[in-house]
Design a protein around this ligand. Structure first.
Ligand SMILES: [Zn+2]
Length: 93
């Protein structure tokens, strides 16, 4: 008996940033763009997980990236959500 640990789960924490695992689970890539030259690319979450691990927060990806076009480190990233196009994007494989 006993042994209950009363963990206070409701304490206020900073909101969790979305992680690579979240994107991979939804089959969403990471959209990256260069603030200097506007070069952009989409990277699959799974390829990033290979090098960074599944719990890497997506908002921090930009600080690791370098533009492949102009070599700037001023790169921003965001989840490549399916574009709002009105159509359902449910795809079953
Ligand atoms: Zn660039």
């Amino acid at each position: 008996m006993g042994g209950f640990k009363n963990r206070n789960i409701e304490r206020s924490e900073p909101r969790n940033p979305i992680t690579l695992a979240d994107l991979a689970a939804k089959n969403i890539g990471v959209f990256c763009w260069c603030n200097r030259c506007n070069h952009n690319a989409e990277v699959t979450a799974s390829s990033l997980i290979d090098s960074l691990g599944p719990l890497f927060p997506v908002p921090e990806l930009g600080s690791l990236m370098r533009c492949s076009a102009c070599n700037a480190r001023d790169v921003s990233t965001r989840p490549a959500w399916p574009s709002h196009g009105g159509g359902a994007i449910a795809r079953h494989d």
